[in-house]
Design a protein around this ligand. Structure first.
Ligand SMILES: Cc1cc2nc3c(=O)[nH]c(=O)nc-3n(C[C@H](O)[C@H](O)[C@H](O)COP(=O)(O)OP(=O)(O)OC[C@H]3O[C@@H](n4cnc5c(N)ncnc54)[C@H](O)[C@@H]3O)c2cc1C
Ligand SMILES: COc1ccc2c(c1)CN(c1nc(C(=O)N(C)c3cc(Cl)c(F)cc3C(=O)O)c(Cl)s1)C2
Length: 472
């Protein structure tokens, strides 16, 4: 399709969150007429109480998408590198587990600032218009008609050539897919919730080492902390709702933190901890999977609207950003023709997003229960040793996920293959060791037996048992 055609095509992006605002940049850059509709007020001007300075981990996939619209340097410059995990043990001992080489680090970025910068970037394109206070009520995919309710309670109907649903985990656009034949959908609320707490700066500086993702793993629950540009940390406490419900007053919260996160109390401040803790109820986490992501050549889902992940791999935004990048790569391949592009996007992206969804759920278990088990730590050490010896053959799963654009489902396949080889290798090493031990033991027993028989025959019993007093 030639450029003039794109200028006649209108793309309606539903949702002005992280993925919707990035998508607006991609489509505007291609010359389409872009209209972005966001139900909330403009976060750049509204005096909405700046909630927690919620931050996110930005990694390679997300950075590549930002790079494609010329935003990577601008966003990275406002991120804080995290070069390793810093594990806080119950005893107060801390140790670091590097993410990899000096070049392999993730970035802690401020969610609200990232969203504002992407909206500003989208708005700079003359062919882009942003509408806030526009909540999509219904969309007719066949006709391309969109029905909005506006903040002044009036209605507005809009038509477009392509609907891009970036309206998050509880997507209204996705609701239109349910009536499509062979559309599969599943959602799971996990039994854990999360609360966000804050570690303020101490004497004008970070209260902990800044260039780390801090983790307090405690089996059935855990807490993590990411650094902010204002030298504070945003802590996220993940715990079963049942356990949150047991902490109903300040004393119980303090006793809980004294028991499990004693080093965090002086950093947070006792009163501030209690105040922050009861500011909001624990938030739920949902995993959404669906397929396919498109309807004909008229509608496509991206980001959490297509695949909301539990956050235990830090890939929700990164995978949503990669959705935008993959779609743009396909638009390039198919010269902006929606007809081949949309089905190919679903064919490529559904297996990958389902793979990272499963991985995130698997990690939800692994990070809590296995991280303290000796076998788990032993295998991690073996894996890291093999990776050091064979860096291009044995690659840790999180390295493929976080520091490459290896397709998510291919990373899982490779990890399963590596895991099988290592397990077999460990089994063989174990078996050889056991057999060698048995063989050596057999020889020793045989020698001892021969020695005993030979000397008993000759009556020299003390040689057999050393200077044992003779009672007979
Ligand atoms: C605790 C936690 C930690 C996380 N940490 C990370 C991390 O470290 N790294 C990472 O990559 N990801 C992380 N994520 C995931 C990340 O936050 C999401 O994947 C990302 O925000 C998804 O962006 P989105 O634009 O698809 O959806 P959203 O951010 O949900 O945006 C959807 C937008 O659509 C709007 N909208 C909804 N309905 C309508 C409608 N009917 N009409 C108009 N507008 C509508 C909403 O107002 C919203 O602005 C985390 C998530 C959680 C919960
Ligand atoms: C703001 O709220 C949140 C909430 C959860 C996360 C993040 C930000 C950022 N997250 C990242 N996870 C990985 C990862 O690959 N794994 C396996 C990990 C998984 C867990 Cl749960 C963890 F605690 C550490 C690692 C780790 O390896 O450091 C990254 Cl790499 S970044 C999880």
């Amino acid at each position: 399709m030639n450029p003039s055609d794109t200028q006649r095509k209108k793309v309606a992006i539903i949702g002005g969150g992280l993925v919707g605002s990035l998508n607006a940049c991609f489509f505007a850059k291609r010359g389409f007429v872009v209209e972005l509709y966001e139900s909330r007020p403009d976060i750049r001007t509204s005096n909405a109480i700046r909630g927690r300075s919620i931050n996110l981990a930005l990694s390679h996939r997300g950075r590549q998408a930002l790079k494609a619209v010329g935003m990577e340097d601008q966003i990275v410059s406002k991120g804080i590198p995290m070069r390793a995990r810093r594990i806080h043990t119950l005893s107060g001992k801390q140790y670091a587990i590097p993410y990899g080489t000096k070049k392999q680090y993730i970035l802690s970025v401020d969610r609200a600032n990232l969203n504002k910068e992407l909206l500003n970037a989208a708005e700079k394109y003359p062919n882009t218009t942003l509408y806030f206070g526009h909540k999509l009520l219904h969309c007719n995919v066949e006709s391309g008609l969109l029905d909005f309710s506006r903040s002044d309670q009036t209605r507005r109907e809009v038509s477009c050539d392509l609907i891009v649903g970036c309206d998050g985990a509880f997507s209204t656009v996705r609701k239109q897919f349910v009536r499509q034949t062979r559309f599969n959908y599943s959602q799971t609320y996990i039994t854990h919730g999360y609360k966000e707490l804050k570690i303020p700066p101490k004497d004008g500086d970070f209260a902990m080492e800044p260039n780390f993702l801090h983790i307090w793993p405690r089996n059935s629950f855990m807490m993590i902390a990411l650094p902010n540009m204002d030298k504070s940390f945003t802590c996220t406490l993940f715990m079963p709702f049942d356990d949150f419900e047991k902490l109903t007053n300040g004393d119980q919260v303090l006793d809980f933190f004294k028991m499990y996160f004693p080093d965090a109390i002086p950093l947070m401040g006792r009163q501030e901890l209690i105040q922050e803790y009861f500011l909001l109820p624990p938030q739920a986490m949902i995993s959404v999977k669906c397929s396919s992501y498109h309807i004909a050549s008229r509608c496509v889902l991206m980001g959490d609207a297509a695949h909301a992940l539990v956050p235990f791999y830090g890939q929700g935004m990164n995978s949503g950003f990669e959705d935008c990048l993959v779609f743009d790569e396909l638009m390039e391949k198919f010269q902006n023709d929606f007809s081949p592009c949309l089905p190919e996007f679903s064919r490529l992206r559904v297996p990958d997003d389902h793979a990272i969804s499963d991985l995130s759920m698997y990690n939800y278990v692994e990070m809590r229960e296995l991280v303290n088990s000796r076998w788990f730590i032993f295998r991690k050490k073996i894996f890291n040793l093999l990776h050091a010896l064979f860096p291009y053959t044995v690659i840790p799963l999180y390295t493929m996920v976080t520091f490459s654009r290896i397709r998510y489902h291919e990373a899982v396949q490779r990890w399963k293959w590596q895991d099988k080889v290592i397990n077999r290798g460990l089994f063989c090493i174990g078996a050889v060791t056991a057999l060698s031990g048995i063989y050596l033991l057999r020889n020793v027993i045989k020698q001892q037996t021969d020695f005993i028989i030979k000397n008993m025959w000759r009556g020299d019993s003390f040689k057999i048992f050393g200077n044992v007093p003779r009672f007979y």
